[in-house]
Design a binder for this molecule. Sequence first.
Ligand code: ZN
Length: 286
Amino acid sequence: MKLANLDGRAVVVTPEGVIDLNTASGGRFSASPDAAVTRIAEIRQWLTAGRPQADPRTTLATLESDPSRLGPPVTDPRQIFAIGLNYADHSSETNTPVPDAPLVFSKWPSSLAGPAAEIPLPTETVDWELELVVVIGEGGRDIPAERAFDHIAGFCVGQDISERTKQLAGTPPQFGLAKSHRNFSPIGPWLTTLDELENPTDLALSATYDGDTVQKARTSDLIFDIPTLISYLSSVCELRPADVIFTGTPSGVGLARKPPRFMAPGGVLRSSIEGLGTLTNTCTAP
Ligand code: ZN
């Protein structure tokens, strides 16, 4: 199942058309995308039992070719966790040792944006970080790794856009603020539930900037895998429904290039993950 935020309303996206959860269910489900991700099992059951009519004017194919009406699959999570240095090749390109435990920071929810959002660049040192994003469906504390997948609503593609000057200004550096400018957390294009993925732990991911492939990896290369992250995070913080986890970026960030390569107004960043879809974000002047 693909759950999207279409013009601010929760819809299921199918090849035949979108299904507006609130109107098609006669009000049983809320129109809020954030509420929908907490009721995945019920929605699936309702889809199977009720066979609601899809609106053929807007289909999976039309949204793939024009995603401009899509917002982020969740709009106001209470927590956004992000993981640093979670691919060995990214640790080595930044000359940093592989961490012994997950390196956790936060991005603030006001930075969330949709899959086609423009990214205003506050400086000349803004960089890409393609990441697999996990959205929590069922919260909890002390979630054991072997039960972690039961707590996931689904996956989407994400970009942890990073303003490197502010990020690296202090000693020690602090990450959250420089990664939380307006539209610095585009996610989408929709939330894909895990039953749609043949192997949810091994997905190809790649990003291009102005047509050049800049990042290319597989999620099976994560140092701390998703069950480990959910178990670790929930041993400290209570995870809440609709919370978001950016799981870390592979090598190929602009900062690590010689010379460094950053984004400029007019530049186009395309970010894809196998089975999850593509984000297309154009950079603009501030
Ligand atoms: Zn990141």
